[in-house]
Design a protein. Structure first.
Length: 271
């Protein structure tokens, strides 16, 4: 009896020894570790998911509807004079508003139209090219009066009047003696050739009767152009009145001449 009681007490004591006390750490063989739980990570604001990539790939490309301005400068349109059934057509001899006209001239009737280099010098009326000087051969050492105009063009209008422009910087392509031109057609471009070197660029404009094309003294001007320039600028078709004695018929002929020595080309018209 006593032995049985002792054995029972020993069994109870061993069972109690295995129960950990409330605050005691478990033994290494009994410790359990809970699986780690990953913390949630906030998505990046710049991250692109496969869904977003697929959505972007399906967005159709749309061309812009706005038309950008062209960098190519728009060319100035050709001047078209308005025909008049009651009078011939006349236009101002330079195609620019940035020009001023001399009120007089030094020792003979003419007008100096001051304007920038390169302004178009045009035929004031329909006619035929009478004289062309393609090169500036004037020299201050000799001061040949026949070369003072430098690069120049003259036409004989259908009205029987000669119109002359000099001190040009160049002749328009295709302009040559004997060809027909119409009012407003470009003959050359303003400059400072001849004895205009060193002066403000201008067009020397002369009105005269037709003579031989090499007659520089008449060609440079016999009639004051200022009243006619003002009328043409206002759009009035006014024919210059020469009021000069006709040139003797013996002074001109109907043949065409080319002077290769002076590098002038001209056409002679009958009086």
């Amino acid at each position: 009896m006593t032995k049985n009681v002792v054995a029972l007490c020993a069994l109870v004591f061993c069972s109690c020894a295995r129960v950990p006390s409330p605050g005691a750490a478990p033994s290494p063989t009994e410790r359990t570790v809970a699986p780690a739980t990953a913390l949630p990570v906030a998505p990046s604001a710049t991250a692109v998911t496969p869904t977003v990539v697929a959505a972007i790939a399906t967005v159709p490309h749309v061309e812009p509807t706005e038309t950008l301005p062209s960098a190519t400068p728009v060319a100035m349109p050709e001047y078209t004079p308005v025909p008049s059934p009651a009078a011939r057509i006349y236009v101002y001899p330079v195609r620019s508003d940035d020009c001023t006209v001399s009120s007089s001239h030094h020792d003979y009737p003419a007008a100096d139209i001051f304007c920038p280099i390169g302004v178009a010098f045009v035929a004031v009326t329909d006619g035929v090219v009478d004289f062309v000087s393609y090169e500036d051969r004037w020299s201050p050492s000799t001061d040949d009066p026949a070369l003072r105009g430098g690069i120049a063009v003259a036409i004989i209008g259908d009205d029987g009047v000669r119109y002359y422009g000099s001190h040009l910087s160049g002749i328009a392509r295709g302009i040559e003696p004997g060809m027909r031109v119409t009012a407003g057609q470009v003959l050359g471009f303003t400059g400072a050739s001849g004895n205009a070197r060193g002066t403000p660029p201008h067009l020397h404009f002369g009105i005269s009767r037709p003579t031989t094309p090499d007659d520089w003294k008449v060609r440079r001007g016999e009639v004051w152009p200022q009243p006619y320039l003002s009328a043409w600028q206002r759009g009035e078709y006014v024919t210059p009145q020469l009021r000069i004695a006709a040139t003797p018929s013996s002074a001109v002929s109907s043949c065409s001449l080319v002077n290769s020595q002076s590098r002038f080309k001209f056409r002679v018209f009958p009086s």
